[in-house]
Design a protein around this ligand. Structure first.
Ligand code: A2P
Length: 300
């Protein structure tokens, strides 16, 4: 199943997530995913696994135009997205990516004490205050269209999106906003805002990340029994039911396969999952300390 992005590019609704998939694991994970039907792979420069992912894609011999590949601009590269994109394309061994995202709305010092996670002498992140994500986006808009078919953002709150879209330099509306989304963090306000602005949400950590309590959540388990599928399938199916793109991560062949076989949830059951956070509380699993405000409780 495909969704059409606001620039006309079509995206497969399920993509393989690869954060925390090691270079050794990820080649087999991508090979397995492509063999069982996935056509969408999500990676990032910062994951350190673009090279084996690109190799698995090329070795699959699936025509490139049947695949959808996403990678992301890392925070130490905000000053030069064109150069960063070239590095990612070289790592992947591809001529273009389908989607290039600004990974976090915060720039870090490109000349700091670490290429990915520079820190200041006091241990806090070495944020580059000489620029901001509006300037980064202006540069994203200038990327060579032969190297990237669509551009988007990640980890953006409504208030940051408002800042971005109201800036005079913003001429292109991001096609997606990739954020943490699952029944314990459904972010209905962010979803509605993005839908109103023709921005698809992409769900990362849709299962609730590593050792997720969602897989044993009584509401999810009950629905899994009803539909005769694993709990993870209920979570992935709910993400699609609410019209988000979903990026389950796995390096386990049986899970990669079962995660791709979604079910059609009834309206009533989708609505039940919508209320899980009311009963069990809201939980954000991924919340790195950037030293600047990224997330906003108003979105959830
Ligand atoms: P593994 O990669 O070892 O298979 P998320 O997508 O929310 O980040 O969740 C990823 C975590 O969920 C990983 O620990 C992954 O383990 C695990 N996982 C992925 N698919 C399933 C599944 N179908 N059942 C149980 N756990 C799963």
């Amino acid at each position: 199943m495909l969704f059409e992005l606001n620039n006309g590019v079509k995206i497969p609704v399920i993509g393989l997530g690869t954060w925390q998939s090691t270079p050794d694991e990820v080649y087999n994970a991508v090979t397995e995913a492509l063999a069982v039907g996935y056509r969408h792979i999500d990676t990032a420069f910062a994951y350190g696994n673009e090279e084996p992912i690109g190799r698995a894609i090329r070795d699959s011999v699936i025509p490139r135009n049947e695949l959808f590949v996403t990678t992301k601009l890392w925070s130490t590269h905000h000053h030069d997205p064109a150069k960063a994109l070239d590095i990612s394309l070289k790592n992947l061994g591809l001529d273009y990516v389908d989607l290039y995202l600004v990974h976090w709305p915060v720039a870090m010092n490109p000349n700091g004490n670490d290429p990915k996670f520079p820190s200041r002498p006091d241990g806090t992140r070495d944020v580059d205050e000489s620029t901001n994500f509006v300037e980064t986006w202006a540069k994203m808009q200038q990327l060579d269209p032969k190297k990237v078919r669509a551009i988007g953002v990640s980890n953006m709150s409504i208030s940051n999106l408002e800042k971005l879209l109201s800036a005079p330099s913003t001429k292109v509306v991001p096609v997606v906003n990739q954020v943490e989304l699952h029944p314990l963090l459904p972010q209905p306000n962010l979803l509605k805002w993005c839908q109103d602005h023709k921005i698809y949400l992409e769900a990362y950590s849709p299962l609730g990340s590593t050792d997720s309590p969602l897989l044993s959540n009584p509401t999810i388990v009950e629905l899994a029994e009803k539909y005769q599928v694993p709990p993870a399938t209920v979570l992935i199916s709910w993400a699609i039911w609410r019209k988000t793109i979903v990026l389950p991560k796995s390096v386990t062949p049986a899970r990669i396969k079962s995660n791709f076989n979604v079910v059609h949830l009834s309206e009533a059951d989708g609505n039940i999952i919508d209320k899980v956070a009311h009963e069990y509380g809201t939980k954000r699993f991924i919340n790195p300390d950037w030293g600047v405000k990224i997330f906003d409780d108003a979105d959830a």
